[in-house]
Design a protein around this ligand. Structure first.
Ligand SMILES: Nc1ncnc2c1ncn2[C@@H]1O[C@H](C[S@+](CC[C@H]([NH3+])C(=O)[O-])CC(=O)[O-])[C@@H](O)[C@H]1O
Ligand SMILES: O=C(O)C(=O)Cc1ccccc1
Length: 256
């Protein structure tokens, strides 16, 4: 029997991460959040402690890649950061002749991602590129991942990006879209509280939580589930399902 070996945690950055203390001391002015060197250094710890369900979306990207990868096609990890999804897809793919391309416009992220990919012993060729996903030409895509990335793209550019992805996707191909959601007022309060409790339980102080919140305001712009589903359909995907949700973080599977 062939078994899938997801391994993203031991193979990638997660094992070697430094603790996230970026917002632990009071800042006179909190700068807008950026994926710079300081963030890249602590990223595995930061995302694990900040995004409920992150490990599951990464691991299941490998499972989804196993089902949807087509022979001789490309798999894209757009906004790949340190390449966690890239490596999960690499260990999930069974089809022959596939290539995986990870793209991120943060040089600090790509530099580190290349290191983790070099340490990984996968059969499928992987390329890590420092580029803007808004103008990178995609082709012959069977599986594309946007794992908590669209939320950082200006809202007016989101439809064009998704339309480009859909146009480059082979019939029957898939897009995995993971996002922070927003909700009608009452549910928003409840989901926010649960997310805050998650951060507290992971050791973040009230100061860290408050300063991070201020840093991501107007940088991470969440939308409703309805807005995402409608836009995915408008972009050219014929079927959209929500396959996962943990508090205010969700993942959709869109099929062309
Ligand atoms: N226009 C752009 N072009 C390229 N990259 C971009 C752009 N805008 C933002 N990014 C990149 O998108 C990534 C978002 S993090 C993704 C986690 C990863 N997917 C993971 O599964 O570990 C999510 C988070 O931190 O919440 C960063 O590395 C940015 O540099
Ligand atoms: O920390 C938060 O509140 C988030 O919404 C998630 C996040 C995770 C990593 C970088 C920026 C935002």
């Amino acid at each position: 029997m062939t078994t899938i070996d997801p391994k993203p945690d031991t193979h990638s950055a997660a094992a070697a991460s430094q603790p996230d203390t970026i917002y632990s001391t009071p800042l006179t002015q909190v700068p807008g959040f950026a994926f710079d060197q300081a963030v890249a250094r602590v990223f595995p710890d930061m995302i694990k402690r900040s995004v409920p369900g992150y490990a599951e979306t990464v691991a299941m990207s490998g499972i989804i890649a196993g089902r949807y990868a087509q022979p001789g096609s490309n798999l894209y990890d757009l906004g790949c950061s340190l390449g966690a999804v890239t490596l999960a897809m690499r260990h999930g793919v069974r089809a022959e002749g596939c290539h995986i391309i990870g793209i991120d416009n943060s040089a600090s992220m790509i530099e580190r991602a290349e290191h983790y990919v070099a340490l990984d012993e996968g059969r499928v060729p992987v390329q890590m590129l420092c580029a803007d996903i808004l103008d990178y030409p995609l082709e012959r895509a069977s599986v594309t991942s946007l794992n908590f990335v669209l939320q950082f793209i200006a809202p007016e550019q989101r439809l064009a990006l998704l339309s480009n992805i859909a146009a480059a996707t082979l019939p029957g191909g898939a897009l995995i879209l993971s996002e922070k959601l927003c909700f009608p007022e009452q549910e928003q309060r409840l989901q926010d509280e649960l997310h805050l409790d998650f951060k507290r339980a992971n050791g973040y102080s009230e100061l860290e939580i408050a300063q991070k919140r201020s840093a991501i305001e107007n940088v991470l712009i969440p939308e409703t589930e309805q807005a995402h589903v409608q836009r995915l359909q408008a972009a050219g995907f014929s079927q959209v399902i929500r396959w996962y949700q943990c508090f205010n973080f969700v993942s959709f599977l869109a099929i062309k």
